[in-house]
Write a protein that binds this ligand. Structure first.
Ligand SMILES: [Zn+2]
Length: 225
């Protein structure tokens, strides 16, 4: 029976990947309504934190490492569809140069510089969340208050359809969103303070599912606006 269940799971996974591939091929062959072909469309994927700034850390799991892995997976999906992807960081190091006083400010300024120089059409900043109570779980999308929330809502909806949550995209004041001249979101992929998220977030399967959902939400935003 266990073997049968495993077979069913594999078949479902194959079907899921196949349907997402069809969506990808369909969307890649359809020009965004802005009149920009996907090859001329630049998306900055920002892996939050890095170096001495590990971000949220719970039971030996460092946010900065997960952010990098998730950013690479998301970037790969976008590149496969022909988008020009600019990464703010490729490795574990931060962007601040020497780890001296003011490193956080220099790190953020470098991210701003990369975003502005890239002429980005969209910015996605990847993070992991933490809350004082372990009950909160699942991915949460944020955007700059006062700006259009459509991009954030599309990605949040797509992530909700994966997790079954009913989270809404939330507005706030976020440096990366504030300095971006294009639609920009922060995706907190899950709560390291929640034991189930903590476990899931470290697996390849969950990372692919989350990144595919972010990707789907991005495509739905691009092709429906
Ligand atoms: Zn963070």
């Amino acid at each position: 029976m266990k073997k049968f269940a495993k077979k069913i799971a594999v078949v479902l996974l194959v079907l899921l990947v196949a349907s997402q591939l069809v969506l990808c091929v369909y969307l890649c062959n359809k020009n965004p309504s802005q009149g920009t072909g996907s090859v001329n469309f630049t998306i900055v994927v920002d892996a939050g934190h890095g170096g001495i700034d590990g971000g949220v850390q719970v039971d030996g799991v460092k946010e900065s490492d997960l952010n990098l892995a998730y950013s690479k997976s998301l970037g790969n999906l976008l590149e496969t569809c022909g988008f020009n992807v600019v990464y703010t960081r490729h490795g574990k190091d931060g962007l601040y140069g020497l780890p001296t006083q003011g490193f956080k400010r220099r790190d953020m300024q470098k991210r701003q510089q990369i975003i502005l120089q890239s002429n980005a059409n969209l910015v996605v900043s990847i993070h992991m969340n933490k809350f004082s109570q372990s009950i909160r779980s699942g991915p949460q999308v944020f955007y700059q208050s006062g700006s259009d929330s459509q991009f954030a809502q599309s990605v949040q909806q797509s992530l909700n359809s994966l997790t079954g949550n009913a989270h809404s995209a939330l507005g706030g004041d976020f440096f990366v969103c504030r300095v971006s001249p294009c639609p920009a979101i922060i995706v907190e992929c899950g709560f390291l303070s929640n034991p189930t998220d903590w476990q899931n977030l470290q697996t390849d399967v969950y990372r692919q599912q989350i990144c595919q959902s972010i990707f789907n939400g991005m495509m739905l935003y691009l092709y429906s606006t």
